[in-house]
Design a protein around this ligand. Structure first.
Ligand code: SF4
Length: 330
């Protein structure tokens, strides 16, 4: 585990960090980017709970077809999977990169190049998956890529364990926010993600996202071009917690807010240490949550087919899309 300090990574002078605006750079000097508030100097090679260093580390950049239809479209979403994570849930399907941290360290200009390559391949959007711990570097790379002609929407796909003041740095850069809202219960958030304050933090973060981008908008071919789409994964034995999550959305956001209620839970990684979630979700549990969605008057959503409970949907983190770029992370 990387809750402590690791060997220093001294970014090369051409890493693009020196070109970052001072307020962004200083966010990494005593890192309080997210609610963990570790205070580590990531520019000097120190790491905190997430394990992330100074350079953005990426494990895969590819066209992805299994997001919601308004994100994937016909040609695919240009997903950039970041390594490390500030939440590290025990049941994470991407644990090889979120917990294990495998990937390539990229400079900021290289990250911008990854975005441009995906756009050239026909991606409908750039979909930044779990970027919170690299927010300053990502903000700089988006600016650079836009300066070089990137013109497709930026989708910020996050676990939502974030701070509104950090997210404010993305205003005008991100078009679509795709936040999870994972738990209502402090106990569940503490047990499965070591973050008892998850609901309090994530809801503040989602309100900031909504403030920035407002109501959902779509292109003529049905792709989301602006707005917030909240994702909630129903956990086995936690239908009541899921209902409390939906209640918060109904009470605090417009009733036409888009919500994706997901059934794809698979008991992988460390789930076996928690017997109550060491099984698949039943169809009855899932339908109980969907019924509640209708009962409380939420209007727009996505649901999943039972076949989605298949770990073969997990991408292979084989560094595709990063050819000729970056250094393998240590
Ligand atoms: S981004 Fe990482 S180092 Fe910074 S506060 Fe969050 S967990 Fe700690």
């Amino acid at each position: 585990m990387s809750n402590g300090r690791r060997a220093a990574i001294h970014p090369a002078p051409d890493a693009g960090l020196d070109d970052m605006p001072e307020p962004l750079l200083s966010m990494l000097q005593s890192c309080r980017l997210c609610p963990r508030a570790c205070g580590r100097n990531r520019l000097a090679g120190e790491t905190g709970f997430c394990g992330a260093g100074a350079l953005p580390r990426v494990a895969l950049a590819s066209l992805h077809h299994w997001e919601e239809p308004c994100i994937s479209g016909a040609r695919g979403s240009g997903t950039v999977f970041f390594s490390h994570c500030n939440l590290r849930c025990v049941f994470c399907q991407n644990h090889d990169i979120s917990h294990g941290g495998s990937g390539k360290d990229l400079t900021v200009p290289e990250l911008a190049q990854v975005f441009l390559r995906l756009a050239q391949k026909g991606a409908h959007n750039i979909n930044l998956v779990t970027p919170a711990h690299f927010l300053p570097q990502v903000a700089s790379a988006i600016r650079l890529a836009k300066d070089q002609g990137l013109a497709i929407p930026i989708v910020y796909n996050t676990n939502a364990y974030e701070l509104p003041e950090s997210l404010a740095r993305l205003e005008g850069l991100v078009d679509v926010y795709l936040p999870d809202l994972k738990y209502h219960s402090e106990r569940a958030a503490g047990r499965y993600s070591s973050a008892r304050d998850y609901f309090a933090q994530a809801t503040r973060a989602i309100l900031e996202m909504h403030r920035q981008v407002g109501p959902a908008r779509f292109s003529p071919d049905g792709l989301m071009t602006r707005g917030v789409l909240i994702r909630h994964l129903v956990l086995p034995g936690h239908a009541d917690d899921s209902k409390r999550v939906l209640d918060w959305i109904r009470a605090n956001l417009p009733r036409d807010t888009y919500v994706s209620v997901m059934s794809q839970y698979v008991p992988v990684h460390l789930a076996a240490k928690h017997p109550e979630i060491n099984r698949r979700l039943t169809q009855d549990e899932y339908e109980e949550v969907l019924d509640h969605f209708d009962e409380i008057g939420l209007e727009n959503g996505f649901m999943q087919d039972p076949s989605s409970q298949d770990s073969s949907f997990t991408p292979k983190f084989d560094l595709s899309g990063l050819e000729g770029l970056g250094q393998l992370g240590k």
